[in-house]
Each structure stands twice: as C-alpha cells, then as structure tokens.
Design a protein around this ligand. Sequence first.
Ligand SMILES: [Zn+2]
Length: 333
Amino acid sequence: MTTAYTFVPSPSHVYPDHPEHPSRFDLLTPRLDSFGAQKLNAKPATREEVARIHHPTLINSLEDICKQAPAIIDYAPTFVTQTSFDDALLASGGTLSCTRAILSGSARNAFALVRPPGHHAEPTHSMGFCIFNNIAITARDALERGINRVAIVDYDAHHGNGTQAAFIDDERMAYCSTHQWGIYPGTGWYEEAPNAKKRIVNVPLPAGSGDKTYERIANEIFAPFIQSFKPELILVSAGFDAHWNDPITSLGLSTAGFFILSKKLVDLAEEHCGGKIVFVLEGGYNATNLANGSAAVFAALMNKDFVDPGDASPHKETDTSEMIEKVCTWHEF
Ligand SMILES: [Zn+2]
C-alpha cells in the first residue's frame, strides 16, 4: 500500500514580514513529485467537522473578521486575510483526507502538508499562527469513525496547548509533546496534568536540546507512551522549527535527527497499530529545513533510504538527562 499526502499551501494567507508565510514551501514544492507518494485532493472541512473541536461562536467570529481583513487576532501575532477562513477549512480538510484514506484502507500512512498550522488553536480561540486545530479535528473524526484510541505525538518546537486543551479530559485520546521551555505559549510543564499521567505527557526542554536528546526521548518516552496507551492510530504534529537554525526558536535538531525521530514513530505505528500513522505539518520557519525535514518524514513513511543533507548543529548539545529522568519518573515510564 502507498503513502499518501495532501498539499495545501494557502498562497493568499499571507502577511508582510510574518514568519508563517507561503514562502516556507518554496523549496519543498519543486521536490514533492520526487518523493513518489500519492497525492490526494484536499476538500474543505465542513463547519460541522470543525465544530467537533471549536465552539460555533469562534467559527462565526472568524468568518466575520476575515471579511474585514487583513487583521491581527492575537499577540503572537496571528493574522487573517480575506481568504484565511477558507484556507483554514482546506488545511483541516487536507488533514482529514489523509486520515480517512488510511482508515478506508486506500493508503498505508500519510503526510498532510498544510498551512495555516493548527496545534495552538484552542476550542474557544485561535492563536499562535493557528486558525483551526487541524490535528485535533482529525483525531475527533477518527473517533467518530470507530477508532477507539488515538495518540498524538507533537515534536514541533512549541507546546501544542490547543491539542492538549481539546483532549485533556478525553480518555480516548493521548498527547505527548516535546518543546522548548520558556518560549511561546508558556504551557507544557511536565507536571501540568497530574490527573492524566501516561496520557498527557509533556517534555519541556532547554535551548540547545538536540539529536542525542531526541533519540533518548524516542526510546525512553515515546515508546512507553505508545506501549501503555495502545492507540489504534498515531497522529504526529510535525514541526520543523525544532531544527537548530530555525529563525524563531533555539532547539538543536538536525535533519538526521528528524529522520530518527520520525522513523521511530513509524516503527511504533507498525508495531502497535497496523502502521496507521499520519504526520501533519505544524511550524518550521526556514524553507530549507522544511523541505529537508519533509523529505526525512517521507523516507521514514515509505521505508526508503534517508539522504542526509549534512546539517548537524555546530553547537554543543545541552545535557538534558535530568529532565528526561524527571518526566520518566513522573509517568512511571
Ligand atoms: Zn512551532
């Protein structure tokens, strides 16, 4: 079976000098055909599908504010243009198409390359460059279609506060996030969800955490997280802003690190849920890193050789043993 993907570049969802810009895709777009995956058409999510996560008041107010756009809707800053409401519906719809292709058996696994991103968007407000929470909407859709447990792993450099907020009380969902501590949005401390141990797992990391840290996390946190929750589907918030030279963050991954991390998640999906895994693009604000990171994800999904672009961090990696041990102890991993 094939690897499927959707591509929703939203070229008119654009704001001058903003890092979440359509040019993020400039180096990825010409490489898409070379990956050999099957492109699916994205169709917009319906209001009803979005309303499974977001309050109708938010949906209506976003539609209204886009009519008066361009506008800034939070301090991140998050912008909207006249097309942003429709662009956000298509980004969510492109993510739904990937997951449904897997659930129907027409694809083995998939990658939703969409913008605007989604993981900061909470049920009652859009924030952090995100309009609708694409991955949360998709997880809820999978539950409606008979999947009993969905695990979301989020390796974007920022905490996915919106995804956590959507599912903190939902026993059918598990969420595990690695993120730089001390940056936007300020949530994601490891002791933050004491009533959902093993199910809501936060791994806050210091600046400079790199490939060695993430390989340990893959083995010592992601693996027991998946083993204990036993999901029937894994969704991944893939953000390439955890790369060491991302312009707005200070973590330390290389493209080879993204490959190791992605391959581990694909292997966990093969072992625990029949290979059912969907990667969903979140952040990543350097076009080279986004293209290379996406290529690494496709290599992992398609079990192909990874071509290392040789972009290891020139900086000494921060020692993160203490935090990894704290997280493992807190969750009894
Ligand atoms: Zn991010």
